[in-house]
Every structure is written in structure tokens, then in C-alpha cells.
Write a protein that binds this ligand. Structure first.
Ligand SMILES: NC(=O)C1=CN([C@@H]2O[C@H](COP(=O)(O)OP(=O)(O)OC[C@H]3O[C@@H](n4cnc5c(N)ncnc54)[C@H](O)[C@@H]3O)[C@@H](O)[C@H]2O)[C@@H](O)CC1
Ligand SMILES: [K+]
Length: 477
């Protein structure tokens, strides 16, 4: 599991550790890891031109000590001091002793233009709000330079706890972060600014529960339902798909396509697209009755292509089994009906749908994804999966939020969400919690998208077809 902790938690862990260590030991650990990462980027250190952008806090201190290490190995190191009188004194002295030099921001343009590597030590976890104008001007110079850019702890200008980016921020090729990932490094838009993220262990002892966690292959493999010798199709779980309409039969077919690959033992379909479903997937149990008459299921998926069929949505929400609500179903679901449910509910909006539910602009959701997913989960008292380049899954009661980054931009294609609803609904029927079903579903779906696309446009039915390959990839490694 990859985990991320908030700034408050990191600071508390740092305080506990610093109390036991000699003064400055933590910063030396950070600087050593940072210098090693920079040396890897440079390939050869001797004779290379390194520029440090140094703010007035400890983030600048890290940059200065790392710069001193690179200077001792023969790099030409120049520090641009944003606030000379408030620069980390020990770090600056170390750099000067090692043969480095410092300049004022007025000279920044000239030195950045000639740099092979720029270290962004403007601001780290102490940053508040968008970059101040003098710092923003440095970020603009970095954007115009051809140098490799390494961010210290975080790209300056991104919000560590939320992944928001308010105004100018440094775009890095590599971010070297200390002790733990910060939430912003895993959530867009900030994640995009971070480039590749390298974690340097500085010995922090962190609490059991993180703010954010990202499944890795082994975590997903441990959660995937595997049939035992005693299993039959009913014990593996039956997932009901109440989707599609005369106008949108394809949504039903795609949701069923996902559900057949998501681990349930059988897929039951109710709705007006039965013929289309059975023609494509003869193994589906098709019913022309409403959800209540359709026979027992262990979980429902409702909403993909539902059009205006509020009655079916209400009927499904009334069922005493886990329910996944997607697409049109999100609009049609009464808040009160969702809140009143006792079995788990998993809602799966994309940013536009989430914005409509929250009554805000889509941009607001995209800029503050973590806040949006938590807010929705609280309002509906449901688990919410907010789709996007970094998909977030949050439970209503607070607690850890899951983030998934297996996806690819090629998944932004019509019908892709219908497939995800089928996969995740199937996992719900197989007995996973809403948080697990949502995050494992997103994990498989993202991976399937990559496999199906292989760098080219892809149709949603092909993504469904690649879920099996994603599953095998997850369990084999
Ligand atoms: N505390 C520790 O034990 C360790 C801290 N480390 C480093 O220390 C950093 C945190 O240091 P600090 O707490 O001094 O904070 P920072 O250095 O991250 O930032 C604080 C400084 O940035 C300025 N600033 C804040 N918001 C700004 C904005 N929007 N625009 C421009 N300037 C802004 C403030 O005036 C302040 O001087 C970490 O990110 C990490 O790089 C590492 O050395 C590891 C150990
Ligand atoms: K930084």
C-alpha cells in the first residue's frame, strides 16, 4: 500500500523524532537523499551547473545542504536566495564552504537559463495559499528553462494536504519527498506538477491509519474474490444490473460486460435492453420484471443509461443489499432515500455529475477533488467514488480515502464508466465492502484501460474485454 499523511501528522512525527536525534540530523538525512536523487538525474555531477531556488524556510535548507553535497562532488552550484536575511543560515554556510555561491533574484533569469538542473526549494509543507509574486516569478523562470527540475519535498505552489493548485506552481520532472508521500502528490491537479515521485526514508514513525492510500498489485490481489472448492455461482454472489433504456441499450450491455468480469458468480439483468444484452452475453439471467420481482441478488447496479426511470432507481435503493448508483441514477436518486439505507451504497460520479449533485461548477470539483468526494460522501451518507485521472473513493464516516492512479487518459471514452459500474458492482456482490469494491474496481478498470488502449484510442467494450487480463496481471505478480 502506498500511503500519504497530512502536514499536521508529518509535523507531529517529525517533532517526536527530532526530540531523540541530534540537532539537524533529519535535515541531513533529507539532504543526503535529495543529493543522491539529483546525482542520478545528472548522471555525472562534476562540472554540471546546478541552481538552487531557496525560500526562507527549512525547504530551502534542504536544498542548500543538498547543493553543498553536489558542490563537493564538483558541480557548480548557485543558490538564488528569495529572502537573503531569512535564509537557512547553516545550509547557506555549508554551501559557501563547499565552494557554492549565492545570488539575488535579480540574477535568477541568467543562472536558471544556463542550468543543467534546478532544485526547487522555495517552499515545502510550510506553504500557505498560492505562491507569492516573487516566488511565482521564479516558477515562471523554471517553466521557461530547459533544465531538469527536481522539487524538494513538494513542487512549490501546490497544496500538500489537498492537491489543489491555486495560481502559479513549479512543474517538476522529479519530486523527492521526505518521510512519507503527502496527499497532494497523489491527487490531481498537484500530482501532475510533481512528475516522478521518489520517497526518501528519514525514519518517521507514522500512525497506523493514513489520510490517503493507494492500492498496489499485492493489495488488490489480496482483496480480489477467488472461488474456493465449495463455491457455486450463488455463493460467489449474483449481481443485478438495472440499467439501459430503449434510448440507451448500450449502457446495459457495457455494464453487464463489466459485471461478468468482476468476480460475481452470475449476472442478472432487469430493464428494457434484455434482448441486446442476451444477444451479446447469453450467460446473463435476463428478467423482464422490475428489480423487486427479479429474484435474489447480493448487490445491485442502477443508473447507467437509465434515462428518466426514477421508479427503478427508487425500487433498487429500497433493496436491503449493497447498491452501486451511477450515471443517470445519480441524478434520479433521492438524497433522503440514499441516507435512509442500511446496506452499503456506492455512488460513482465523474466530476461533472459530482458538481451537479453539489450544486457547484465542474471546475470547482476538479480543482478540489478531495474536498468534493468527502462532502458528497457526508451528504449522502454513502461511499463515493469520484472518477478522474486520479480516482478517489471515500466512505461517509471519514477515515482513509483511497486513490487510484492505474487509469489512462484513453479511458475518457463513452461507456467506460458503465463498464466500471459493472466491475465494481460485481465485486460488491462478491462480498467486498463499498470502499474495497470501488477501489479494486477502479484499479482493475484502469489497468484494463491501459492494456486495451496500448497507447491508442479504445472503445469501452474493449476495456471490458481486458478486465480478465488486468485481473491475471494483478494476481500473478
Ligand atoms: N521539520 C523537519 O524535521 C524536516 C523538514 N524538512 C523540510 O522542511 C520543510 C518544511 O519547512 P518549514 O516548516 O520551514 O516550511 P517551508 O520551508 O516549507 O515554508 C515556509 C516558508 O515559506 C514561506 N511561504 C509560505 N507560503 C508561501 C507562499 N505561498 N509563497 C511563498 N513563500 C511562502 C514562509 O514565509 C516560510 O518562510 C519540509 O517541506 C521539508 O522540505 C526536511 O528537512 C526534513 C526534516
Ligand atoms: K519545494
Amino acid at each position: 500500500m502506498r500511503t500519504a499523511y497530512s502536514v499536521d501528522t508529518v509535523r507531529a512525527a517529525e517533532r517526536r523524532l527530532m526530540a531523540r536525534l541530534p540537532e539537524g540530523a533529519l535535515m541531513q538525512r533529507a539532504a543526503a537523499g535529495l543529493a543522491a536523487a539529483c546525482a542520478d538525474v545528472l548522471g555525472r555531477v562534476y562540472g554540471r551547473r546546478v541552481v538552487l531556488l531557496v525560500g526562507s524556510g527549512d525547504n530551502g535548507g534542504d536544498a542548500l545542504y543538498a547543493g553543498a553535497r553536489l558542490a563537493r562532488r564538483g558541480a557548480g552550484v548557485t543558490a538564488v536566495l528569495l529572502a537573503p536575511e531569512r535564509t537557512h543560515a547553516g545550509g547557506l554556510a555549508a554551501l559557501l564552504r563547499a565552494g557554492g555561491r549565492s545570488v539575488s533574484p535579480a540574477d535568477a533569469e541568467e543562472v536558471v537559463r544556463r542550468a543543467d538542473l534546478v532544485l526547487d526549494g522555495i517552499v515545502g509543507i510550510g506553504g500557505r495559499g498560492g505562491l507569492r509574486p516573487d516566488a511565482a516569478a521564479l516558477a515562471a523562470l523554471v517553466a521557461a528553462s530547459r533544465a531538469a527540475v527536481v522539487a524538494v519535498d513538494l513542487p512549490s505552489g501546490v497544496e500538500a494536504d489537498t492537491g489543489e493548485v491555486r495560481g502559479a506552481a513549479v512543474r517538476a520532472d522529479l519530486t523527492v519527498t521526505f518521510g512519507t508521500h503527502k496527499p497532494g502528490l497523489l491527487i490531481d491537479p498537484a500530482r501532475e506538477y510533481a512528475g516522478v515521485v521518489r520517497l526518501v526514508d528519514i525514519g518517521l514513525e507514522l500512525p497506523e491509519e493514513a489520510e490517503l492510500e493507494a492500492l498496489q498489485h499485492a493489495d488488490a490481489a489480496a482483496l480480489l474474490p477467488v472461488p474456493g472448492v465449495e463455491s457455486d455461482k450463488y455463493r460467489r454472489g449474483v449481481v443485478g444490473i438495472a440499467a439501459g433504456s430503449a434510448r440507451y441499450p448500450g449502457a446495459a450491455v457495457l455494464a453487464v460486460a463489466g459485471a461478468l468480469r468482476g468476480g460475481a458468480g452470475a449476472v442478472r439483468y432487469v430493464g428494457p435492453a434484455g434482448e441486446a444484452v442476451i444477444a451479446r452475453f447469453p450467460e446473463t439471467l435476463v428478467s423482464d420484471q422490475g428489480p423487486k420481482q427479479a429474484g435474489r441478488v447480493q448487490a445491485w447496479v442502477v443508473g447507467p443509461g437509465a434515462g428518466d426511470d426514477a421508479g427503478t432507481v427508487a425500487e433498487v435503493l429500497d433493496a436491503d443489499v449493497p447498491v452501486l448508483v451511477d450515471a443517470d441514477g445519480l441524478r434520479l436518486a433521492e438524497v433522503g432515500a440514499v441516507r435512509a439505507r442500511t446496506a452499503p451504497t456506492l455512488m460513482t460520479p465523474h466530476a461533472g455529475e459530482a458538481a451537479a449533485l453539489l450544486g457547484v461548477a465542474r471546475e470547482e470539483v476538479e480543482a478540489g477533488r478531495l474536498a468534493a468526494v468527502r462532502e458528497l460522501a457526508g451528504r449522502y451518507r454513502a461511499t463515493v467514488l469520484l472518477k478522474g485521472s486520479t480516482t478517489l473513493v471515500a466512505d461517509a464516516g471519514g477515515g482513509v480515502v483511497r486513490v487510484n492512479a492505474t487509469g489512462t487518459g484513453w479511458l475518457a471514452t463513452a461507456g467506460s464508466g458503465d463498464v466500471l459500474s459493472g466491475v465494481a458492482g460485481s465485486l460488491l456482490a462478491a462480498g467486498l465492502s463499498a470502499l474495497d469494491a470501488g477501489s479494486v474496481g477502479a484499479y482493475l478498470h484502469g489497468l484494463a484501460g491501459r492494456f486495451a488502449a496500448e497507447g491508442a484510442p479504445v472503445g469501452a467494450h474493449e476495456v471490458a474485454g481486458a478486465v480478465g487480463r488486468a485481473w491475471r496481471d494483478v494476481v500473478r505478480r
